[in-house]
Design a protein around this ligand. Structure first.
Ligand SMILES: C[S@@+](CC[C@H](N)C(=O)[O-])C[C@H]1O[C@@H](n2cnc3c(N)ncnc32)[C@H](O)[C@@H]1O
Length: 219
């Protein structure tokens, strides 16, 4: 997006980027209300981003759903205040069989995620654990693994390799350093991926990882 926009304009700009029902918009608005309420005492997101929460966080997260329209079972790692995982869960709230697992090590953020899931009826389960400890539980069980602002790509691929090697699609929003991250990660991994332009930030792209294998010494 260009010039920062705030308040009602920000909400309208975000909604113009998404195609959601009235009910889904209301659930997203409930999420934003709760975020503002909790933010006052718990500092869940960067304070500077709160004025543009609809474009910077809601629409930025929502755009992932269109990249995996058939996916029902999502795993979001390092969910923080719910981006992108809880937004995805709200968008899938009326989709039969939808389930979004949110993994977050910070207990305060998990309390927020649970409160919003309850308030919105989103099909989300919150796991207050470390990512490294739960990945094995999800191998073969999720269609998509997502993570935003969690770790450099090399680290992210190491964390998710057992999922990506067994048919789970990886959706990783990335900033302007994606080429550098891909060059670095390609030293250790063979990666089949597309970089899709972000709808909310001209500098950003979403890395869609379709296949992953480890490089051998002779590669
Ligand atoms: C920079 S924040 C990004 C949050 C959110 N994904 C977003 O884009 O707004 C990274 C989050 O990952 C969580 N986190 C980092 N390492 C983790 C780990 N090993 N296991 C579980 N959560 C982790 C942190 O507590 C933090 O909330």
């Amino acid at each position: 997006m260009g010039r920062p926009i705030a308040g009602a304009d920000d909400r309208a700009a975000a909604l113009a980027l998404m195609s959601v029902s009235r009910e889904t918009e209301e659930r997203l608005a409930r999420f934003v209300d709760e975020l503002r309420r909790w933010q006052a005492v718990k500092n869940l997101v960067g304070p500077a981003t709160l004025d543009r929460v609809w474009t910077r966080h809601i629409a930025d997260s929502a755009q992932l759903v269109a990249l995996a329209p058939q996916a029902r079972r999502w795993l979001d790692l390092g969910s923080g205040a719910g981006f992108p995982g809880l937004v995805v869960a709200i968008l899938l709230a009326d989709t039969p069989g939808a389930q979004v697992d949110l993994v977050e090590s910070n207990g305060r953020k998990c309390a927020f995620l649970r409160a919003v899931s309850r308030a919105t009826g989103a099909p989300a389960r919150v796991h207050n654990v470390r990512i490294e400890d739960v990945i094995p539980e999800f191998v073969g069980k999720v269609d998509v693994v997502s993570a935003r602002a969690l770790a450099p790509l090399t680290v992210l691929l190491g964390m998710t390799k057992d999922l990506l090697r067994t048919g789970t699609l990886g959706l990783f929003p990335k900033g302007q350093d994606l080429e550098v991250e891909l060059t670095e990660a390609s030293k250790s991994w063979r990666i089949q991926a597309d970089a899709v332009a972000s709808k909310t930030d001209p500098q950003a792209r979403i890395l869609v990882v379709r296949e992953l294998s480890e490089r051998q010494a002779h590669d």
